[in-house]
Design a protein around this ligand. Structure first.
Ligand code: FAD
Ligand code: SIN
Length: 535
């Protein structure tokens, strides 16, 4: 079965929705189709707590300071041109989503936006809506998108693979120049049909991949599908070794997926990290103490936990004012209470958890990937903004700035392309219904164990080698299963996560130094080793 559209967007988080709204408003004659693999509101975006970083108070803050903080966090690997673009265009993009109905908290006294502080920022510049910023943005964008007649939204539609000349029988390799993208094969999860979704332009906005680890703040949709699809289609992927662990996920001995986040904004509000004996320790690692950039804090916590053998340490909020805390962090407060922890009386047990992919699909400043007619936007990309470590609250900002840039480029480019009707429909010949789902669930567990044990916050050559060997076995078994069984979202997600695991581990093996989020005991120095490209 075939469907056609002018612009096909994979994903309905902040990146996909912002792009769809802008393009649909600018060109009511174009048909914009968004496919999303579960219900439209489920995304990493929905869980964002801290907020959006933007220079807002021009008396205290300026672009130069936000640029310097981003470069400092990125540990020498940010692309300065990109940092400047995102920081300087960011406030205009934030103003646009406010005009579309997004609410941010205001100070009762001044009536101005109440700006928060987070690790690595030298000024108060985080716009937020309580501790539910992402939920509020997702809500406002969904309402705005619904009001536009030329956006079609397909829920429970799972993108499997991108369509390229490979689907017409051409032999494509990683060095083939000028590969085109003609759309994607999409599984309708409700009836099992696989649709050949043909488009003039395709945009990958499928978010991150935190689910490669056992502990992650990312929801279960974060399986790296877009990055894996682009890699399979022979597009370029970059900087995958830089996986950000958030220092303070709530430690819940019962285990939950995802782990609940205790926002960095809580530390910005005055909370202090303490070791398992209740002592402060961050001054031994960085003069900014609990508000140092994330890579430093997560590594310090990991080190303290390894030294003491404890499974968590603590965040102390007991000295903070209860009314103010509740007004800022109602969800965090309620979650702690539900687990029998009173943040005003008890230290909150916290532990690091995988949080954000700094690497991803390589794009230029217009959001173009290395495949023609294919753009990418949001957490699935590597733009050069984050370098070796993302500055807190720069991600939502990046997604909005790039959605804008992509929409401008699409308006110039869309007339240049036709629909490629010759692409054949999905061929399921020779495949059977899977008999044993346990093969998939067990492989998923093994993948998470491999990545968590060997490619976590601290790495070494031996651990990385072991991970690569184990991943190869998992890869071979899963490819056999993929060739012989009918497609299911679970199998596709497993396959994608194995690819992401491989990309992270292979990139880590190639970076023979410690920098930003990549720390290896075999090369503990930062050696100015810039370029790591997997071919
Ligand atoms: P997402 O919002 O994840 O959207 C991806 C979309 O793609 C989803 O709709 C998903 O269903 C869909 N999708 C995925 N695969 C497929 C497929 N195969 N087929 C079809 N659809 C697919 N950043 C900040 O800047 N500030 C914060 O305060 C902040 N807090 C955070 C707190 C938490 C707990 C988490 C997890 C992240 C936080 N981040 C924060 C990071 C930020 O939320 C994300 O990086 C950002 O929202 C990503 O947006 P996105 O549109 O790229 O992807
Ligand atoms: C947080 O609220 O701590 C998350 C902020 C971010 O990931 O940018």
């Amino acid at each position: 079965m075939k469907k056609t559209t002018d612009v096909l967007i994979l994903g309905s988080g902040i990146a996909g929705l912002t792009l769809a709204i802008k393009t649909a408003e600018a060109r009511p004659d174009l048909k914009i189709s968004i496919v999303t693999k579960v219900e439209q509101g489920e995304s990493n975006t929905k869980y964002a707590q801290g907020g959006v970083a933007a220079v807002w108070n021009h008396e205290a803050d300026d672009f130069g300071k936000h640029i310097a903080d981003t470069l400092d966090a990125g540990d020498g690997l940010c692309t300065e041109e990109v940092v400047k673009i995102v920081v300087e265009e960011g406030p205009t993009r934030v103003r646009e989503i406010i005009d579309w109905g997004t609410r941010f908290d205001k100070s009762k006294e001044t009536k101005d936006y109440n700006l928060g502080m987070e690790g690595g920022h030298s000024e108060y510049r985080i716009l937020h809506y309580k501790d539910l910023t992402g939920w509020e943005i997702q809500r406002a964008l969904m309402e705005k998108a619904k009001s536009l007649d030329n956006i079609d939204l397909y829920e429970h539609y799972f993108a499997i693979n991108l369509l390229t000349p490979h689907n017409l029988g051409f032999n494509i390799t990683r060095v083939t120049p000028n590969i085109d993208c003609y759309g994607a094969y999409i599984l309708n999860k409700e009836d099992g049909d696989i649709i050949t979704f043909l488009s003039k332009i395709t945009v990958v906005a499928t978010g991150g991949a935190g689910q490669i680890y056992r502990n992650t703040t990312n929801p279960v949709i974060a399986t790296g599908d877009g990055i894996a699809m682009v890699y399979r289609a022979n597009g370029r992927v970059e900087s995958m070794e830089f996986v950000q662990f958030h220092p303070t996920a709530l430690y819940n001995p019962a285990g939950e997926n995802p782990d609940f986040l205790v926002s960095e904004a809580v530390r910005g509000y005055g909370a202090i990290l303490r070791d398992i004996d209740g002592k402060e320790f961050m001054e031994r690692y960085d003069p900014r103490k609990s508000l140092a950039p994330r890579d430093i804090v997560a590594r310090a916590i990991d080190n303290e936990m390894k030294k003491s053998g404890a499974e968590h340490l603590y965040l102390d909020c007991t000295h903070l004012d209860k009314e103010g805390f509740y007004a800022h962090f109602p969800t965090i407060y309620d979650k702690c209470i539900s687990l029998g922890i009173d943040p005003m009386k008890d230290y909150i047990p916290v532990t690091p958890a995988c949080h954000y992919m700094c690497g991803g699909i390589k794009v230029d400043t217009k959001g173009r990937t290395t495949i023609n007619r294919l753009y990418a936007c949001g957490e699935c990309t590597y733009t050069g903004l984050h370098g070796a470590n993302r500055l807190a609250s720069n991600s939502l900002l990046e997604a909005m700035v790039y959605a804008h840039r992509i929409h401008e480029d699409i308006l110039n480019e869309v007339e240049n392309f036709d629909i490629k009707h010759e692409i054949p429909d999905w061929d399921a010949t020779g495949t059977m219904q899977p008999k044993e789902m346990v093969l998939i669930t067990q492989s998923m567990k093994e993948l998470k164990e491999i990545m968590s044990s060997y490619v976590g916050i601290v790495r070494s050559n031996v651990r990385i080698k072991r991970a690569l060997d184990r991943l190869k076995l998992l890869f071979d078994e899963t490819e056999d299963l993929y060739r012989s069984t009918t497609i299911s979202p679970q199998l596709c997600e497993l396959r994608n996560l194995i690819s992401i695991g491989y990309l992270v581990t292979k990139s880590a093996s190639m970076r023979r130094e410690s920098r930003g989020l990549h720390f290896t005991t075999d090369y503990p120095e930062n050696l100015n080793f810039i370029d790591v490209t997997i071919l």
